[in-house]
Design a protein around this ligand. Structure first.
Ligand SMILES: Nc1nc2c(c(=O)[nH]1)N[C@H]1C(S)=C(S)[C@@H](COP(=O)(O)O)O[C@H]1N2
Ligand SMILES: [Mo]
Length: 526
């Protein structure tokens, strides 16, 4: 196949311009083929870590906290899409360059493939729970790159050689046709491989099916309690449907865990180590409650907060069986995908409803919200408590570890801060002058909201009506009507909790432990 390399016909090729761009395109197509075969093999072997996914997650992990935070802030739910597009563009450029280099420096192209494969191999190697099988897709992908590029290069060279020769012949058309056939076939195989890869990664679909058929006897759906809706259009619904509940996690492909395969190990500074199976868990007494979940990255007035009906088993009871030892002050939780968070032991053992949740809004947890089991702790931000796909809890001391976000500059402790939000009118909205309705939500988890007040254009604080709440762990809706003259206005909101504390107007950024400040919006009355 490389016979012509020995004839060193480069000077003649130098005269040909026709196929230069085709080298880069061949590189991209060969690149796609390698990734696709790697993906298929990963699926066939049921390895958890496809090299492509592992590299993506590795890049995210190595990204400085400020950049991750900026991305979450700017792209919200689309951060992964934006990242994927970025990776796609980057890979296209890299593979194009490799193809372009392959024309004259084959050794450089092969070295580049080896380096890329080494990155992939390293990324799957450092993932927890590896068995070595994860390296097979890496090797197959590398072979795919080299073979595909070699085949395409062969036909490109023939085309160029003939094009460069002085003898008139119809060979150029022939070799060109052969090259395009090879290119088309490679692209087709890559596309088919990608499709097949999707089929072989059907673990997700199987788990979805299990989840759909799962019956949890003691879990009940709850009707929205009476009086919790303030009755103003445009206010976020008091109960957040699971389908629109905000999603925050670092997992590229969500862990797909069959309940029968799930276990939770509770160990560390305990008298009795416990390993729970899913059946053990759901056969216990089930506790159910309305609890609002907050993300520490939620800016003032933001929507990274949701309220759901959660069902699960109280952690206080389980931890009591394990018997935490003197001196322990934290529980290091680890999820199936290796994400970690540190939760105050006290928050898991006091009288609040900290639970291992198995259901959300009356149904088994959606896969992306942690199926089959996640932790929910009222009063703490998700990043220090709400571990999805939780598989390990180590009772320990804060001084002995750092967790995912605390290693990126966020605080060790993350109690949810008091907050209030104006949903109506919308920021920059238009209303009719005269009696204007203002409405929104407020929360001070675990203490409860006593009062919500608004101030229009810096005027006196006016007290809002509050809707009812079933407990102090949920947000509460508020509404107030005020006379407003025609013109541009500003309105701000603040809350007062049941301990008499007034929500602070001091503005703080979301880093390191949650935003503060009064939500303020502008609107026009006409
Ligand atoms: N395994 C895992 N659990 C996780 C996270 C994560 O990245 N991985 N993110 C946490 C954060 S920061 C928040 S705010 C909540 C969000 O939960 P949700 O996506 O179900 O709304 O999950 C928490 N649990
Ligand atoms: Mo979060």
């Amino acid at each position: 196949m490389f016979g012509h390399v020995l004839t060193r016909p480069w000077d003649r090729i130098g005269r040909v311009r026709t196929s230069r761009g085709w080298w880069a395109i061949s590189g991209v197509v060969a690149g796609a083929l390698g990734l696709a075969v790697s993906y298929v093999v990963a699926g066939l072997l049921h390895v958890r870590e496809s090299p492509v996914v592992a590299v993506s997650e590795g890049v995210v992990k190595l990204t400085p906290g400020v950049v991750v935070e900026w991305a979450i802030d700017h792209f919200q739910h689309n951060d992964k899409l934006v990242f994927t597009i970025g990776m796609f563009v980057l890979l296209t450029v890299v593979f194009g360059l490799i193809g372009w280099q392959a024309r004259r420096r084959w050794w450089l192209a092969v070295s580049a493939y080896v380096v890329l494969a080494a990155i992939g191999g390293y990324a799957v190697y450092v993932k927890p729970g590896g068995t070595g099988a994860e390296q097979v897709p890496v090797v197959v992908g590398l072979l795919g790159w080299v073979v595909a590029m070699a085949v395409l290069a062969e036909w490109l060279r023939r085309w160029e050689l003939i094009e460069a020769s002085d003898e008139p012949s119809d060979e150029p058309t022939h070799s060109r046709r052969w090259f395009f056939t090879a290119l088309g076939v490679t692209a087709g195989v890559a596309a088919a491989g990608w499709g097949l890869g999707r089929i072989t990664t059907s673990g997700r679909r199987r788990v979805e099916e299990t989840r759909r058929l799962l019956r949890l006897d003691k879990v009940t759906d709850a009707p929205v309690p009476k009086g919790v809706e303030i009755g103003v259009d445009g206010v976020a619904p008091w109960q957040t449907p699971s389908s629109t509940f905000y999603l925050i996690d670092t997992a590229f492909t969500k862990p797909t865990i069959e309940p029968k395969d799930w276990t939770l190990r509770i160990h560390g500074m305990v008298d009795r180590e416990i390993t729970l199976t899913y059946d053990d868990l759901v056969s216990r007494e089930i506790t159910q409650d309305w609890i609002t979940l907050n993300c520490v990255s939620n800016p003032v007035g933001g929507d990274l907060v949701g309220n759901a009906w959660w069902s699960g088993v109280r952690l206080a009871a389980i931890l009591a069986e394990a018997g935490p030892q003197e001196g322990a002050d934290a529980v290091l939780q680890t999820s199936d995908d290796g994400w970690t968070c540190g939760t105050p032991l006290a928050a898991l053992t006091d009288d609040r409803n900290a639970m291992l949740a198995v259901a959300m809004n009356g149904e088994p947890l959606p896969v992306e919200h942690g199926f089959p089991v996640r932790t929910i702790v009222p009063g703490l931000y998700g990043y220090v408590s709400a571990c999805k796909w939780v598989v390990d809890m180590e009772v320990t001391r804060y001084s002995d570890f750092t967790a995912y976000w605390t290693s990126k500059g966020w605080s060790e402790q993350g109690p949810v801060k008091m907050a209030s939000r104006i949903d109506v009118p919308g920021d920059g909205g238009r209303v009719d002058a005269g009696a204007v309705v203002f409405a929104g939500a407020a929360w001070e988890q675990h203490t409860g909201i006593e009062r919500v007040e608004i101030s229009v254009d810096g005027g006196a604080w006016a007290e809002a009506d509050l809707a009812r709440v079933p407990n102090d762990d949920t947000w509460v809706q508020w509404r107030v009507e005020m006379d407003v003259e025609a013109g541009d206005h500003q309105v701000k909101v603040r809350a007062v909790d049941k301990s008499g504390q007034i929500q602070t107007g001091v503005q703080a950024d979301v880093v390191p432990n949650g935003a503060t400040g009064w939500h303020t919006i502008g609107f026009t009355a006409s």
